[in-house]
Design a protein around this ligand. Sequence first.
Ligand SMILES: [Fe+2]
Length: 244
Amino acid sequence: MIDLHAHLLPGLDDGARSWEEAVEMAQTAVESGIETVAATCHANLPGRNSADMVRVYRRRLEQFRELLEKERIPLRLVEGMEILDGAELVRKLKRGELLTINGTRYVLVEVRLDAPAWQIYRMLIYLLDAGYIPILAHPERYRCVQRVPAHVKEWARMGAVLQLDKGSIFGRFGEGAADVADYMLDRQLVSLAATDAHRVDVRTLSLAPLRDLLARRYGSACPELLLRENPKRILEGNDVIRFR
Ligand SMILES: [Fe+2]
């Protein structure tokens, strides 16, 4: 399987707290059947220097690759960021101050959980018009979507890729998120699911429980598409397969 959203690199955000924890998370990933992870970190947070962030990020990614090789953990790491909506998003992407997923046109983006729906529409249109394909991180966790779930239908129609968090479907983010997760899955609006892992013990880098649950509820073609085929297509810069 392929996980395109995991806070695996230590010292960059609220993800792994040490190299030891990152190695343990990588071990968990391999044991749960994950071969490739996009080591995404929060980016474009107010008050942080994006250009410097990329330099630090890449150095840490390279260090971690070397560490995994030394520990003989067969996990492939690709670059990526979970980019918070903010001013001059496209300009920063074009200047390489923010990173897309594996150097493709796919950009993993998020907004504050209480952001209004119009802000998400504006961000998606802005990115799509500039030739990027937004992967909207965990739409089911946004309050505006929990109030009006039908927004996600429009965002999928516009061309955004909707990424579901593993924790949402297991109820970790409350009933509202779990209900929207079901809504999106039942209507086949989800193109991609990911761990959004932050720790070795909670929000783990394991996809096996999600794969099994999706297979039980929707048949094995569902996890195959959301955890393997579509993430692979994204890494190669190809179009995802949509149900509708
Ligand atoms: Fe995240």
